[in-house]
Every structure is written in structure tokens, then in C-alpha cells.
Write a protein that binds this ligand. Structure first.
Ligand code: HEC
Ligand code: HEC
Ligand code: HEC
Ligand code: HEC
Ligand code: HEC
Length: 230
């Protein structure tokens, strides 16, 4: 087995206990962890076309719900990014007149020419991870925040989590740490500042507690190889 798993998969959860074992081991484990390519993907932030798209402005300042644009996050195994026509709900000529309005010309042009905007993909699992049903997670009440970080505060989206196998399993072993009431999955500021800032056993929202959320899962998250790799 040990040859199959990346070594650090086992090492990560114990990093917290390393102090007791002294410096040398910490250095060794630390090197495994930091030398893993996955780690370097955290922070991945490709340059986006045009002026880019600002989540801090649209989802933060303007308070738009994620599902206005990411329409199928609750219903499809693959999430989606919006088409240009979604943007035109607000960015047709004359609709907005603020100081930034001249910065959306490239969006209108793409729409007028019936071109899609070639957004560069940020989060991508390797092909041999055959089963990651995105919607099952959102329906179960895993917050976007747990997997994508504080998107509402990002002028430019970057990859906040490793998306490694150890990362998947860490949550599958203790999902209660990450569950929010399913109707709050897109409330990322609330999740970070109120729900996750409270110890698990004290979490309660409109009378619903973290342990009740765990009990209401359809099934325990899988840990067997075939569930994710078939
Ligand atoms: C007005 C439309 C709009 C809203 C609202 C919006 N997004 Fe996005 N989102 C986009 C567009 C366009 C992209 C592609 C460009 C980019 O990556 O910045 C994107 C990209 C992303 C990505 C990266 C996808 C990848 O390539 O891996 C994530 C994650 C994401 N959004 C999450 C969220 C979350 C969470 C919310 C709610 C808090 C949200 N978005 C609200 C339009 C929107
Ligand atoms: C619900 C309305 C709404 C939708 C839908 C919307 N925007 Fe915006 N957008 C705004 C507002 C409001 C501003 C600020 C304009 C201002 O300051 O005058 C803005 C500003 C911008 C800017 C200029 C500021 C900056 O960050 O550079 C860009 C570019 C932009 N939007 C792109 C998009 C794209 C791309 C989409 C579709 C994925 C989109 N918007 C969808 C309302 C919207
Ligand atoms: C359990 C973790 C998890 C949760 C919860 C989650 N995502 Fe994702 N998301 C991912 C992973 C992993 C990928 C890459 C999937 C792949 O490559 O097949 C992804 C991909 C995406 C993409 C890229 C789609 C594309 O085609 O470019 C968007 C957009 C997105 N997620 C938005 C959201 C939004 C909005 C929420 C909250 C409603 C959310 N995600 C909740 C893990 C998650
Ligand atoms: C933050 C928590 C969290 C993370 C991270 C996470 N999952 Fe899950 N996953 C869950 C929960 C909770 C369920 C159970 C959902 C249910 O029963 O409704 C689940 C269920 C699943 C299922 C079973 C789906 C079904 O229909 O039976 C698969 C497959 C899966 N996850 C794959 C992955 C993969 C692959 C990753 C990593 C890329 C991942 N998950 C990361 C929380 C998570
Ligand atoms: C919850 C989902 C999940 C389960 C269960 C799971 N894996 Fe994975 N596995 C992943 C993900 C996600 C990756 C991709 C990690 C990455 O990008 O390096 C991965 C990567 C791998 C790799 C490639 C390792 C590498 O270093 O790149 C192997 C081999 C593997 N898994 C074997 C297994 C075996 C054997 C089991 C059962 C004991 C298993 N997996 C169970 C999600 C899972």
C-alpha cells in the first residue's frame, strides 16, 4: 500500500503532532509536503482574457449569488462558467454608467461578434479521478468556501486548496467539520466569519446543528478507491 499512496498523504494529518517528535522529522515530512507538485498548484492564477472578471466586485460589493452565473453547481456533476449572454444582463450599452463602464467594452465586443470569452480553467482534477460529482457536494451542504476559499474577496480567482487525494479524504473522514446548512452553501463570508469560526459542537443555524447535518447526509462520504477512480 505504501508504494501506492503518495507518502505525504499519511503525513499531512500528523504534521500538527510533529513538535513532540523533534526537528529532524519535521524537516523530512515538511520536505515531502512542500516538494509535492500539488502544493505548488495552490495559488494557481492564470492570466484571464481582457480585463478579467472580478469576483470581489460582482459577488462581494454587488452581492450577486454564485448561482446567478454558475447555474448548474447544484444540478450537474460538472460545474460551469457563464456564457457572455449572462454578462449582458447588466452590461448592455447604457445600462451601467459608473466609472468602470468603459472597461467592459471587450465583453460587449465578444457578445456582438458571437464569440465566447476564452476563460482559463483554474481548478482541474487529473483524468484518472473519474468521479467527482460536483453537485452531490453542493447539495449535501459542503460550502464553496471549503473547496475554493474566500472567492468573494478575490479580485482574481486563484486555487486555494491542493485538490489532492489526501485533501479529499481528510474531509471524507470528518465531513461534519465542513457541512453548512444546504441553503447557505453560497454564503461564503458568513461561512468563514460565523460558522467555521465557531467550534463544531457549538455550531447552530436556525436551530440546525453540525451533528444534525451529518446525520442528514444520504450516506457517509466514500473512502474506497473505486468511488473516485472506478
Ligand atoms: C457575474 C457572474 C459570476 C458570479 C456572480 C460568480 N462568478 Fe465565479 N466565475 C465567473 C466567471 C466569468 C469565471 C471565469 C473567469 C475567472 O476564473 O475569473 C468564474 C470563475 C469561478 C471559479 C474558477 C473556475 C475555474 O476555472 O476553476 C470559481 C471557483 C468560482 N467562479 C466560484 C464562484 C463563487 C463561489 C461565487 C459566489 C460567491 C461566484 N463564483 C460568483 C462568473 C461569476
Ligand atoms: C447583475 C449585474 C451584472 C452582471 C450580470 C455582470 N456585471 Fe460586470 N459589473 C456590474 C457592475 C454594477 C459593475 C461596476 C460598473 C461601474 O462601476 O460602473 C461591473 C463592472 C464590470 C467590469 C469592470 C470592472 C472591472 O473589474 O474591471 C468588468 C470587466 C465586468 N463587470 C465584467 C463582467 C463579466 C465578464 C460578466 C459576465 C460573466 C459580468 N460583468 C456580469 C454588474 C454586473
Ligand atoms: C467538495 C469540494 C467542492 C465544493 C463544495 C465546490 N466545488 Fe467547485 N470545484 C471543485 C473541484 C475539485 C473542481 C474541479 C473539478 C474537475 O476538474 O472535474 C471544481 C470546479 C468548479 C468550477 C469550474 C468549472 C469549469 O468548467 O471551469 C466552478 C465555476 C466551481 N467549481 C464553482 C463552485 C461553486 C460556485 C461552488 C459552491 C456553490 C462550488 N464550486 C463548490 C470542488 C468543489
Ligand atoms: C470539504 C468536504 C469534502 C471534500 C474536500 C471532498 N468531498 Fe467528496 N463528499 C463529501 C460529502 C459530505 C459527501 C457525501 C454526500 C452525500 O452523501 O450526500 C461526499 C461524497 C463523495 C462521493 C460519492 C458521491 C455519491 O453520489 O455517492 C464521491 C465520489 C466524492 N465525494 C469524491 C470526492 C473527490 C474525488 C474529492 C476530492 C477531489 C472530494 N470528494 C472532496 C465531502 C467532501
Ligand atoms: C475521495 C476520493 C478518492 C479516493 C477514495 C481515493 N482516491 Fe486516489 N486520488 C484522488 C485524487 C483527487 C487524486 C489526484 C491527486 C493529485 O492531483 O495528485 C488521486 C490520486 C491517486 C493516485 C496517483 C498518485 C499520485 O502520486 O499522483 C493513485 C495511485 C491513487 N489515487 C490510488 C488510490 C487508491 C489505491 C485508493 C484506495 C485505497 C484511492 N486512490 C482512493 C481521489 C481519491
Amino acid at each position: 500500500m505504501s508504494a501506492i499512496f503518495p507518502k505525504w498523504t499519511n503525513a499531512v494529518p500528523t504534521i500538527g503532532a510533529m513538535g513532540a517528535l523533534g526537528g529532524l522529522l519535521t524537516v523530512v515530512v515538511g520536505t515531502w509536503y512542500y516538494a509535492t507538485p500539488d502544493f505548488w498548484e495552490v495559488g494557481y492564477m492564470p492570466t484571464q482574457p481582457g480585463e478579467g472578471f472580478n469576483h470581489q466586485l460582482h459577488a462581494g460589493r454587488l452581492g450577486m449569488d454564485c448561482r446567478y452565473c454558475h447555474t448548474n453547481v447544484e444540478t450537474s456533476p460538472e460545474a460551469n462558467v457563464p456564457t457572455v449572454s449572462t454578462c449582458m444582463g447588466c452590461h448592455t450599452e447604457g445600462m451601467l454608467s459608473g466609472s468602470d463602464v468603459h472597461r467592459v467594452g471587450w465583453v460587449r465586443e465578444a457578445y456582438a461578434e458571437d464569440r465566447s470569452i476564452p476563460w482559463r480553467r483554474i481548478h482541474k482534477l487529473p483524468d484518472y479521478v473519474r468521479n467527482f460529482p460536483h453537485h452531490v457536494h453542493v447539495q449535501a451542504g459542503v460550502s464553496c468556501y471549503s473547496c475554493h476559499g474566500q472567492i468573494v474577496g478575490m479580485p482574481v480567482v486563484f486555487q486555494a486548496e491542493s485538490l489532492s487525494m489526501g485533501w479529499c479524504l481528510e474531509c471524507h473522514r470528518e465531513p461534519e467539520k465542513h457541512l453548512v446548512p444546504p441553503d447557505q452553501v453560497t454564503k461564503l463570508v458568513w461561512a468563514e466569519q460565523e460558522w467555521f469560526a465557531t467550534p463544531v459542537h457549538q455550531r447552530s443555524y436556525e436551530g440546525v446543528t453540525a451533528s444534525e447535518l451529518l446525520e442528514s447526509l444520504r450516506q457517509a462520504p466514500p473512502q474506497n478507491c473505486a468511488a473516485c477512480h472506478h
